[in-house]
Design a protein around this ligand. Structure first.
Ligand SMILES: Nc1nc2c(c(=O)[nH]1)N[C@H]1C(S)=C(S)[C@@H](COP(=O)(O)OP(=O)(O)OC[C@H]3O[C@@H](n4cnc5c(=O)[nH]c(N)nc54)[C@H](O)[C@@H]3O)O[C@H]1N2
Ligand SMILES: Nc1nc2c(c(=O)[nH]1)N[C@H]1C(S)=C(S)[C@@H](COP(=O)(O)OP(=O)(O)OC[C@H]3O[C@@H](n4cnc5c(=O)[nH]c(N)nc54)[C@H](O)[C@@H]3O)O[C@H]1N2
Ligand code: SF4
Ligand SMILES: [Mo]
Length: 691
């Protein structure tokens, strides 16, 4: 019978992609090997039946003809593609990886091996099991900086703990501000809850973003600052709040550390001052501040995007101070949310092998992989060079800063690379051994979320594609060959997640799976910090202890401020580049699916029409963008939804999709943002000319 005539079974699952929404899913199962449509679970109070278009069409990805189906050994040049590889058996592949890692560790020390991973899947067993192998064998550790270290730093400085007012409360807000986030693209569920508030309460929706994103286009108010200037904007808003009687002085006295110092400090942070830095008008700033001041139920949804600057931690911190001045935290539908990552009190000892962790083992910065592979002593310290990479869940040749350096590093003849992947990515194409990986539909796992409060357990839905194996299975098989011992290497993925739940005093895996999710929200009082903020004194800190947040705290502002350390434009590099995510990709994933490719069309630079005229560029022309790190060529799209002097290239396209084969991260610096590192994807000055 043709597949479309079979009525499919619906199976519960959870979206594993690196996205705050972590949607509860309903997957059409056509047969034991084939899925149909994917929908959001209607009865999940956050997902509410909504998923993004990419995942609705997951069949395109899971059943893609290019899925890796067997282990591969490279027999040709690096970076060529499929023709350079020959299929081999699993035992042969794993034996070779184990042999190479053992030899390298014996010759150069265990720190010469660097297991390297990120969040291609957010499932805790499949994502973090690599840490267990690392810790048991004392391989180099990874400082995970590519996504959330700047934003974590900024949030923890003021609030002290990583959660906040329940995102479902957006539906009860009167003003929702998407600050440095583009939910239409990056977390579509937020838009659903905003739509509820607009419909039910006539709520206003505001977006703070340097360009007119899909979200900004739907907003009532779009505040469009220059990139990297949110600290100045936040200070000027707070200046107005104090000056015009919108500050909640009772709240400030009870719940904050230094309201007097803050008020005095903000006297000189006038809207005129901020206008000069942000490129906004004084009137816009004052009007926005008054709206926030008048609206008790103001909910700020803080994004990661505006933290991806050298001053990103300071900026996110400054914005998080606003509800502490107005006292909005006290109200239902009020306050600010960055992430609920700290809500889930899971004991990850078993999964991550934390009992075997030796903190004296070298820690290497994930975002500086280019410098590290090229032997930079500031990164390597006294330790050995990195001689072997074992990679799961990430595609550094596309997604890391300073692509040229990353490529030179991967091209080293004396570097052994094993990549465990679903597709032959640009990174996998540089590997010596490639192992085929399952997708979330082909293995079991447990999921927590940044954007909501639900913990979910999902079971395997279909048979693994080809000979693919899960991360957990590969880690355990390698551990056996490497002589690594830990109880976690002896268990199935299901046993691991069940044991993790039990160790965390939560219901067992089967019960959570049966329920599809359990809600880990704390009480209203706790989520709104009415019982105190996360610091020992229970106060929100306007004067953060930056030294407690990160080592590179020197120069962090004592009170919320504009920290003038960005890569500012100058006479030679007149444009500020924002390399924001594209709607139809998810980081480097979905760049392989036909629908996403069609919708995104091609790498494009958005330039203000007046800048286009000055540069002699028109729609469809090729422009070259460059700085000290290199240059890239892209097609031009004149666009009036940004300030002059700001340009946008949405991504993350493969390098190979660009005219000269060099992708946008060629231009991104690997400088770590203070105080605790972090990649600065949206903080780049470039020159632009016709190509
Ligand atoms: N220009 C620019 N660059 C950026 C950003 C930006 O905004 N602009 N954002 C940055 C951010 S925030 C992030 S988080 C990074 C993310 O960058 P990546 O970590 O590369 O992103 P993903 O696409 O999430 O996942 C990477 C790979 O994991 C694989 N994968 C998925 N599930 C599994 C699995 O179960 N097992 C195995 N073995 N592999 C799996 C996928 O096939 C995919 O190729 O990119 C960063 N780079
Ligand atoms: N479609 C899609 N969804 C995704 C991803 C994707 O690549 N594509 N990536 C996933 C991942 S790993 C993450 S971490 C999240 C990130 O999702 P978000 O939190 O939304 O962060 P970004 O997408 O990096 O950036 C959001 C917006 O910040 C803006 N921005 C840049 N610099 C500044 C600034 O200085 N000030 C202000 N106010 N705004 C600024 C950008 O223009 C962009 O529109 O999204 C996830 N969801
Ligand atoms: S919105 Fe995010 S979590 Fe939801 S289906 Fe899409 S990628 Fe997955
Ligand atoms: Mo991310």
């Amino acid at each position: 019978m043709p597949l479309d005539q079979i009525s499919p079974v619906i199976v519960n699952s959870t979206c594993p992609h690196d996205c705050p929404s972590v949607c509860a899913l309903e997957v059409e199962l056509i047969d034991g090997r084939t899925i149909g449509r994917v929908r959001g679970a209607k009865d999940n109070p956050y997902t509410c039946g909504v998923v993004c278009a990419k995942v609705a069409r997951y069949a395109e990805r899971v059943h893609h003809p290019d899925r890796l189906k067997s282990p591969l050994r490279r027999v040709g040049e690096k970076g060529v593609g499929r023709d350079a590889f020959e299929p081999i058996g699993w035992d042969e592949a794993l034996d070779e990886v184990a042999m190479r890692l053992t030899n390298i560790a014996e010759e150069f020390g265990s720190e010469a091996v660097w297991p390297y991973f990120y969040a291609g899947t957010m499932g805790l067993v499949q994502r973090d099991g690599i840490e267990r192998l690392r810790h048991v064998l004392k391989f180099s550790r990874q400082h995970s900086t590519i996504c959330s270290s700047l934003s974590d730093s900024g949030w923890l400085a003021g609030v002290g703990v990583k959660y906040g007012p329940d995102s479902r409360e957006m539906a009860d807000s009167d003003l929702i501000i998407a600050w440095g986030t583009n939910p239409v693209s990056t977390q579509v569920n937020v838009m659903h809850h905003i739509a509820q508030a607009r419909k039910n309460r006539g709520a206003k929706f505001a977006v703070v973003d340097p360009y007119r994103t899909g979200s900004a286009a739907q907003a009532d108010i779009h505040v469009m600052p220059r990139p990297g200037t949110d600290g100045a904007l936040a200070c000027a808003i707070m200046h107005v709040l104090f000056a015009e009687g919108f500050a909640d002085r009772d709240y400030l006295a009870k719940f904050t550390d230094a309201p007097g110092d803050l008020e005095a400090h903000l006297k000189s942070r006038t809207p005129q001052w901020a206008a000069g830095i942000t490129g906004l008008t004084t009137e816009e700033i004052v009007e926005f501040a008054r709206l926030i001041g008048r609206t008790k139920r103001t909910y700020i949804r803080l994004g990661y995007g505006f933290s991806r600057s050298r001053n990103g931690a300071a900026n996110l911190f400054a914005v998080s101070c606003i509800p502490s001045v107005t006292g909005a935290w006290q109200h239902e539908g009020g306050g600010a949310l960055y992430s609920n990552g700290g809500l889930y009190a899971l004991d990850l000892t078993l999964i991550m092998g934390l009992d075997a962790r030796d903190k004296s083992t070298r820690l290497l910065d994930q975002s500086r992989i280019g410098a590290i592979l090229n032997g930079d002593k500031t990164d390597l310290g006294d330790g050995p060079p990195v001689k072997a990479l074992f990679i799961q869940n990430t595609n550094p040749i596309m997604v890391c800063p300073d692509t040229n350096a990353v490529r030179v590093g991967f091209a080293r003849d004396d570097l052994f690379v094993c990549v465990h992947e679903q597709f032959l990515t640009e990174t996998a194409a540089m590997a010596d051994i490639v192992l085929p990986a399952t997708t979330f539909l082909e293995h079991d796992d447990i999921y927590v979320a940044a954007g909501h409060t639900f913990l979910q357990v999902a079971k395997q839905v279909i048979e693994p594609i080809g000979e693919s194996r899960s991360n957990h299975d590969v880690i355990c098989a390698l551990a056996k060959r490497l002589g690594a011992e830990h109880p976690g290497f002896e268990m199935s993925a299901w046993e691991m997640l069940d044991a993790t739940l039990k160790a965390s005093e939560l219901p067992d895996a089967e019960s959570v799976y049966e329920a599809h999710w359990i809600d880990c929200a704390k009480s209203f009082e706790d989520m709104h910090f009415l019982n105190g903020f996360g610091h020992a004194d229970g106060k929100f800190h306007f004067k953060p202890d930056w030294a407690a947040v990160g080592e590179s705290h020197e120069g962090m502002p004592a009170l919320p401020d504009h920290q003038a350390i960005t890569d500012e434009a100058d006479a030679d590099r007149a444009y500020r580049l924002v390399a924001a995510p594209a709607r139809n990709f998810l980081n480097s994933s979905f760049t392989e699916t036909p629908t996403s490719q069609k919708r995104e069309h091609r790498p494009t630079v958005m330039i203000h029409p007046e800048d286009c005229t000055e540069l002699g560029l028109s729609e469809g022309d090729l422009a070259r963008l460059g700085n000290d790190l290199g240059s890239v060529v892209v097609h031009v799209m004149p666009f009036d939804g940004l300030q002059r002097g700001v340009i946008i290239v949405e991504s993350i396209w493969p390098n190979g999709a660009f005219v000269e084969g060099r992708g946008i991260n060629t231009l991104i610096s690997a400088d770590p943002g203070p105080p605790r590192g972090g990649a600065v994807f949206h903080d780049t000055a470039v020159w632009v000319r016709a190509a």
